[in-house]
Design a protein around this ligand. Sequence first.
Ligand SMILES: *Cc1c(COP(=O)(O)O)cnc(C)c1O
Length: 474
Amino acid sequence: MTSHHMTPDEFRRHGHALVDWIADYRERVETFPVLSKAKPGELRRALPASPPLRGEPFDAMLADVERLILPGVTHWQSPSFFAYFPSNSSFPAVLGELLSAGLGVQGMIWATSPACTELETHVLDWLVDMLGLPEGFKSSTDGGGVIQDTASSSALCAVLAARERATGFASNRDGARQDLVAYTSTQTHSSIAKAAKIAGIGESNLRLIEVDETFAMRPEALERQIQADREAGRIPFFVCATLGTTSSTAVDPVGAIGSICEEHDLWLHVDAAMLGPAALCPELRFLNDGLEHADSYCFNPHKWMFTTFDCDCFYVKNRKELIETLTILPEYLKNEATASGAVIDYRDWHIPLGRRFRALKLWFVIRHYGVEGLTHHIRRHVELARQFAEWVTLDERFELAAPAPFNLVCFRHKGGDGVTEALMQQLNDSGKLYLTHTKLDGRYAIRMSIGQTETEEKHVRAAWEQITALATSV
Ligand SMILES: *Cc1c(COP(=O)(O)O)cnc(C)c1O
């Protein structure tokens, strides 16, 4: 009789095979079309209609990964993936994921795995120093940091904590009220609208503040709107500023916005999901100017800091407000360490109760690269983006659609929206690279996002060569 389990010896063998497969995959990733050519339903049709009654050998699964799964994969780890935003990974991060799965701990409270909590607190404190974030985000102060799954969850936690602070925790007890108003710019990420919906604020109570010619929020417009809402008897309570908007990496003036928030006692959340790691480079640290005003802040190591999805770092200035908003202590979770107040129980810092040991991958990444290695790669990506932007500027057929001071270049063909869109379509059909678009000032723009782990000058150069070659024929 079989136990049905995979034995440690079998795991060793298949594990080695899988690690080899992943290493080979990364070596040959450039041989695949970057954007999957799969048609809707193709994979479903190739899979058996029912699950296997008897267990199957692992080799058969790995063979199906190659045969069935790979054709349906868009290769986010390709050095010619320039679409959306980087979701870069690295081998140390993959190993951290594997270890996390291998240990299989559930870190909902300190007592359920002390290392899971303490490593997280420690690494998040490191990151405050690495990025030059305000000291008030460190765990030794009233603030602190926690790993969330995504920036969307961080935004929701920020809105909830802000709602409770503004209502003296009455919303938690009695339900959300209808007169609260939140503010963000027209360029903000969609996750802020989602947070407003989930938190019971209502999307119609989220004001989208106009932006200037760099697509950054206009603080005077924010101030005016807050005044108008006050006069109408509403209760302004929350502002989200963005460092690195999704469309064009615009940077909202956090200092000026922060002063307004302080004057009117509003919660300021700063969303730096993609761009946060730019602050590793001293010459780009101006990004964090004014951040001392923020009540909360988040960035995603799973975007542009070589850490496999999912990993978002969320910081608050006053952890009591966050914890009081989210805390819940059923009988079955009561324990001595919690009662003593000497430990952090991260279950009170986010929506889910359960939590994976995500700090391992972040710890591996930081220790493998060192601050120096991480800074080197971020700086290199920014240099490549500047080089690309220069090529765009020098070619009379093209123009920049927005300033490009970081890792994203938005550009368009001067022939107009139709030509620009057709060009992007042809480039993506070629399979050699993958680009996506946005609209800026109502006009179509191609986004060239440079931040994949293995992206080098030759990939950026090849992309530009293809763009210019196809531009001749569109
Ligand atoms: C990507 C992004 C988000 C959403 O990130 P998730 O972690 O996927 O929720 C939010 N804000 C900004 C500015 C982003 O770039």
